[in-house]
Design a binder for this molecule. Sequence first.
Ligand SMILES: Cc1ncc(COP(=O)(O)O)c(C=O)c1O
Length: 502
Amino acid sequence: MQLAFWATLGGPVVHIELDGQGPRYGQLIRAFKDAILTGRLPAGARLPASRSLASELELSRNTVLAAYEQLQAEGFLVGRVGSGSYVAPIALGKSASRRIAAQPVAPLSAFARRALAASEGAFQGARAPMRLRYNLQYGLPLANPALASAWRREVSRAAEEADPDYPDPQGLPALREQICDYLARRRGVQAEPDDVLVVSGTQQAFALAARVLLTSGDGVALEDPHYRGARQVFLAQGARVHGCRVDAEGLVPQALPARARLAVVTPSHQFPTGALLPLARRMALLEWAATRRAWLVEDDYDGEFRYAGRPLAALKSLDRDDRVIYIGSFSKALFPALRLGYMVIPNALRRPLVAAKWLEDRGCSALEQAALARFIAGGGFERHLRRAATALRLRRTAMLNGLARHAAGATEVADSSAGMHVTAWLHGVSHADSERLVAHARSRGLGLYTLAPYCLRPPPRPGLLLGYAGLSPGDVEAAMRLLGRCLRELGLGGTPALAPSG
Ligand SMILES: Cc1ncc(COP(=O)(O)O)c(C=O)c1O
């Protein structure tokens, strides 16, 4: 929550932001201290009256008074009876704020500097709760009360039986067995528990692969557009990243570079365009990897959810030369807060990858792993997948119908019959106009996101990445109606401009 006020009449506006962590009283104290210590609230500045601050932030006046008293007791504020609270004269040194802003540069490693650059503008800590009426952000999970109660039961049973010692860093054998059964049943992958490494999500799988396979300057091929989380990891590792062309059938194998240590691919559901890679191209990818002794990292992030036809087996199922590192995640199949995923590792990489995982964190939480093994073994996971697929299909249908009804002239859907998002290319709209559309929609309470952050080179036309999992079907329909209205208000996509309504 943000509060803006003039600390001195006629002076600059001061923004105070509450961090949303813990009681409001503590949040207020931290926010004011930060503003004082960074010099944004100078000595002598007057704080808002407790009554008006309380009403603006929807807090009780006592909370504000208690925070002011604490700040006074610690010497940050001085109070003048009847005339309010003022920032105390504190010797900050002239460059306090500049020192804080400049701090991270000098003593950091090359990795840290690259990590900061790679996450510039992308890392926001925990996803900030946004005050948007309809948020079409990709990756928001499907709200599912039945899953929450089933999961609570499994965790509490697992806790009763938990072994308190460090777990096997490769993953609990019981979970690795369940993963192998699941992969054979649903993804056509034949793996032994020994081939599986349990990790804390795809992100850790990319990081381990990067650490084990790359030295600074090595080439990495990414589809373009691609998943940003992959690009960030490989850039932070010092890789030279090549973007490879993607068309309506997915990655174009001829676009792969002659020299690269590895390529990250999403053959079952190209991210984000949704294309399903045909068999001939899969075979070409495998040939490329075998002849160049390169590795293919297969990110099978949402292979569980296909709404038309049977799911196609994973690329890993065709891997005769053992060049494919397969990655699965429970972020989409269950929920991202779980932070569990797995790799199916080629023989030659098993020892180094397990060693890297052991060094990194000594293994994933045994409790969570045991609960998940129970959940899969008891059939709860498959039941959940069936229910989730039905719920997602309804949202997806609402989105496709809504786009056809309200935004047909301006959008072309890259239909994929899978997953938790739709990619819509924009017609008759420039890249600059797509950014205007996003800003305008936001002002109307609609969270829209362009494809630009997922591309190394600007795509020929702008597009939107529309996530539907976080909204009910009714809200998805309302969001599409609002999208149509925003397009008309801006006169985009061949629509005559419409005067904005209140
Ligand atoms: C393409 C892609 N890969 C992987 C993931 C999952 O990442 P993780 O397992 O780290 O949550 C996502 C999640 O949004 C994704 O979109």
